[in-house]
Design a protein around this ligand. Structure first.
Ligand SMILES: Nc1nc2c(ncn2[C@@H]2O[C@H](COP(=O)(O)OP(=O)(O)OP(=O)(O)O)[C@@H](O)[C@H]2O)c(=O)[nH]1
Ligand SMILES: [Mg+2]
Length: 446
């Protein structure tokens, strides 16, 4: 396999930048680019100058990590240079001239996976860890990295393989009927495997929130105070607030954490009869945001009677997860007309900060309805959920075959399919192209 290199720190200026090499040639390549003889004792920092064609490029620290006790299981060399993009790119150009090739996104982790250092669910957990927006999400990712999901899959796989081996005997000797005992064993295995995968499947919705955030859209007619609420929730003047109706023309998306849960809060353009095409487009986007939201904060103005636009929005949100927010409570009380809308409601003054803490608590409670168990437990991602649901379907089909007293071969086909899905969770049964696609989502240098 080729020796790869990449900048492993973010591009830009900083204290240091780290260029990493991985592969058989790592050591011989770096040796061509230093200004002195070094022992390259593994795991020790060595001070030297990085040179190219005899020209000094930067003053660096170099560490050699000998495989297989490395991230990729290959020989790895890290070059710590000054945090300058020019220095890092000149170093990389020199490494390239000496035979190393640029790494693709996620290639270091892909090599770790191919070398068996981690399975696919652990590799995906690393990506989750890097992208985590809250400490709880980080903890959940750490649990995934340590193999919580892998362990469940491994146990389920063992059970399946044992049972399949027994069925194999029955397939080889078709003249002998399957003993009732063998049918019982299959059913027992299915039950045990379901006992492992169902709790994992149950973490699907929590996993989505951990990775993408709980999406909250603030919608309402112009001037009700939507942008004021976004600012109050964030504790900063993020959105422009004026008394002119139609101030917000596009949506504004911000991340915010409440009690360790990441929220994506979207402030939208006020919905009413649009005055021009820009406004109309903004309103279409508001409606689209409300359709994608996990929860809609439908805001009304306590100081005004409900208008046709408010009623129209009320129809739009019907049947969705809505929390009615009655704003400007500093000016007026909640009218009977607003109460008659029949939604659960929160009274606030976005301008004066009244009711904001209570609203955050209500949002947290809503998000927690989707969370099962602890917000820092390992959760499955969408890909893993697809695989586990596929496994569950195949197990159900196997169960039906058993109930019909089908022959061993029919049962075995379904169980093999279930096993394939199980193994796919940890990347063992996946096609190379799919593996490539998964790792492409990683960042460069990881
Ligand atoms: N009295 C009072 N005024 C408020 C409150 N919240 C917002 N306002 C005022 O209402 C006006 C509109 O506020 P925005 O936050 O811009 O309203 P919006 O819903 O984002 O408006 P558009 O972007 O035009 O759709 C501003 O003058 C705010 O100061 C409140 O709780 N009480
Ligand atoms: Mg606004």
């Amino acid at each position: 396999m080729s020796t790869i290199y990449a900048l492993s720190t973010p591009p830009g200026e900083g204290g240091i930048s780290i260029v990493r090499l991985s592969g058989e040639e790592s050591l011989s390549i770096i040796k061509k680019h230093i200004d002195r003889e070094l022992s390259f004792e593994p795991r020790k920092m060595h001070y030297c100058f990085f040179v190219d064609d005899g020209e000094k490029i930067d003053e660096v620290m170099v560490v050699y990590l000998k495989g297989p006790k490395t991230y990729t299981r290959e020989d790895v060399v890290e070059i710590h240079c000054h945090g300058s993009m020019l220095s890092a790119s000149r170093i990389m150009t020199a490494l390239n001239k000496s035979g190393a090739v640029p790494a693709e996104a996620g290639e270091f982790t892909k090599r770790a996976f191919l070398a068996g250092r981690l399975d696919l669910s652990q590799a995906e957990a690393i990506m989750d860890y890097i992208g985590a927006m809250t400490v709880a999400t980080q903890k959940a990712a750490l649990a995934g990295m340590e193999g919580t999901i892998s362990k469940g899959i491994e146990d389920a796989t063992e059970l399946m393989i044992d049972t399949l081996a027994h069925l194999e005997v029955a397939i080889d000797y078709p003249e002998e009927d399957i003993e009732p005992q063998a049918y019982m064993e299959v059913l027992q295995t299915i039950e045990n495997v379901e006992g492992i995968i169902n709790p994992l499947i149950d973490t699907k919705d929590s996993g989505k929130i951990q990775r993408e955030g709980y999406r909250v859209a603030i919608i309402g007619v112009p001037n009700v105070g939507k942008s004021s609420l976004l600012n109050a929730l964030l504790g900063q003047q993020r959105a422009i607030v004026t008394d002119i109706a139609g101030t917000t023309r596009d949506y504004i998306r911000e991340y915010y954490a409440i009690g360790g849960i990441p929220f994506v809060i979207v402030d939208t353009a006020g919905i009413h009869n649009p005055g021009d095409i820009i406004e109309a487009e903004g309103i279409d986007r508001s409606i689209a945001e409300s359709e994608n939201a996990d929860c809609i904060l439908f805001m009304v103005d306590a100081s005004k009677p409900l208008g046709d636009a408010d009623k129209h929005i009320n129809e739009l949100v019907s049947g969705k997860n809505v929390l009615l927010v009655v704003n400007k409570i500093d000016v007026s009380q909640t009218s009977d007309e607003i109460k008659a809308l029949g939604h659960e409601y929160a009274e606030i003054s976005a301008k004066n900060g009244i009711g904001i803490e209570e609203l955050k608590k209500a949002l947290y409670d809503k998000a927690m309805q989707t969370f099962r168990g602890d917000s820092s437990q390992a959760t499955i991602n969408a890909r893993q959920a697809d695989m586990l649901l596929g496994c569950k379907r195949a197990l159900e089909s196997a169960k039906e075959q058993v109930e019909l007293c089908s022959d061993a071969e029919c049962i075995s086909i379904d169980l093999n399919e279930a096993l394939f899905y199980l193994l796919s969770v940890v990347g063992k049964a996946l096609d190379e192209k799919i593996i490539d696609r998964i790792f492409e989502k990683f960042c460069l240098g990881k």
